[in-house]
Design a protein around this ligand. Structure first.
Ligand code: ADP
Length: 395
């Protein structure tokens, strides 16, 4: 029966050739992975397909993309190398067809529990680039009949192209990010260098010397902050961040954030207001990551404000989304800067003297919110203030 609806093999190889050309021209990793899993499901006529990438140090596989899973849910899913079919494929460097997954002792049932997708049959092939296994490409649940050797051969051919494309995209991503970091490190390093030279001179007055030492102190603080924020961002960009999703109440979280930042606000003669409905539904998200976002926005609201100003946090639930608003009556942002605000290392030139920063905070916030399936946007008027609005889906 299955033969009747099988796409002829030649046609499948023609499609594969088209897909390969498409893959070779994509350097954006997330988009690339999505195309690969979609192609894998189509070519093998499976209900779904997924990619798991292998971390050799940790001996774990990470779900990176799937045709049937939402990104936030998938991101946290880890599969051990021992005791999983994907792990078997990686360690044996061999394809595998499993007609009845439920009967196979290697089947890792935890994923089914987390995703509520029941796997019945499976075809797994290794992703090998430059002679290294970088992960497993899996097709799940053959639509009609069983996975065949033809399916396996087509998927192996796809995997060979896909692995090279993934490696290229990863290299490109890293070189891009590192080039930017190196560029950003130049300024603080130059000022540390100047400071060291000044201190070497015996003729500088004591008062001047203390100022120079203060500069060294600030610049090293900023470098420390920048390197740890950079690692945070690199992890988010490469999909290595693990999200610990839990269900929690928003009000106590926002109150906690407000309490943490109030001292700093008062120090700067600012008021910090919390106007949040208490009976909001519970949110399902990574609490620490959402906290990181809110703290970052509050910290900016304080840094780029004016004495006597105000920062407010509001939250509500509308239809199926949580809306969290952090607004300030601060310096405001010009429209031409506003459009670049969430780019990494972007800082508004006129505020560089107002407060020190890395220009990475908002880029990190955006990544975290988007990994939850949400959106963050900024509205501002120069001289009046800025409002950041986060919307998070209830599910
Ligand atoms: P950092 O504050 O470390 O420089 P961010 O990514 O958090 O980095 O912010 C980027 C830039 O956006 C800041 O340098 C600042 O110029 C501007 N900005 C952010 N938040 C505000 C705000 N609430 N009011 C005015 N400007 C802001």
């Amino acid at each position: 029966m299955s033969e009747v609806i099988q796409t002829p093999l030649l046609e499948r190889y023609q499609r594969l050739a088209e897909i390969s050309r498409d893959l070779a021209s994509t350097l954006e990793l997330d988009g690339l992975l999505k195309r690969i899993v979609q192609a894998a499901a189509d070519l093998s006529q499976a209900e779904a397909a997924s990619i798991l990438l292998y971390d050799e140090d940790k001996q774990q596989l990470y779900f990176e993309s799937a045709t049937n899973l939402e990104e936030p849910l998938m991101r946290g899913l880890i599969v051990p190398v021992e005791g999983s079919i994907a792990g078997w494929v990686v360690t044996h460097r061999q394809p595998i067809i499993i007609a009845d997954t439920q009967k196979d002792p290697r089947h890792f049932g935890n994923i089914a529990k987390a995703t509520k997708v029941t796997t019945t049959s499976m075809l797994g092939v290794p992703l090998v680039a430059k002679d290294k296994v970088i992960g497993t490409l899996e097709a799940i649940n053959k639509q009609v009949g069983q996975f065949t050797e033809d399916d396996q051969n087509v998927l192996m051919a796809l995997a060979a192209q896909a692995a090279v494309a993934i490696e290229n995209a990863r290299l490109f991503q890293q070189s891009d990010l590192i080039a930017e970091l190196v560029h950003e490190l130049r300024t603080p390093l130059a000022s540390l260098n100047t400071a060291a030279h000044l201190l070497l001179r015996s003729d500088i007055p004591e008062e001047h010397r203390i100022r120079v030492i203060q500069i060294i102190h600030n610049e090293t603080d900023r470098l420390t902050e920048m390197t740890s924020a950079f690692l945070d961002l690199a992890r988010l960009e490469s999909g290595r961040t693990q999200f610990q999703v839990q269900v929690f109440d928003l009000y106590p979280l926002l109150e906690e954030c407000a309490n943490m930042m109030r001292g700093k606000a008062v120090e700067n003669s600012l008021r910090l207001e919390l106007e949040v409905e208490r009976d909001l539904p519970r949110l399902k998200a990574d609490r620490d990551k959402i906290k990181q976002v809110i703290l970052n926005l509050l910290s900016n609201g304080i840094k780029y404000n004016r004495p006597g100003g105000e920062i407010a946090i509001r939250a509500s639930f509308e239809l199926d989304r949580f809306i969290i608003v952090v607004s300030d009556t601060g310096l405001g942002i010009h429209a031409s800067d506003l459009e670049h605000l969430f780019e990494k290392f972007y800082r508004v030139q006129s505020t560089e003297q107002v407060a020190s920063g890395t220009g990475l905070g908002l880029a990190i916030c955006k990544r975290i919110v988007e990994a939850h399936g949400g959106k963050i946007r900024a509205a501002s008027e120069l001289g009046t203030g800025t409002t950041f609005t986060i919307s998070l889906p209830a599910k």
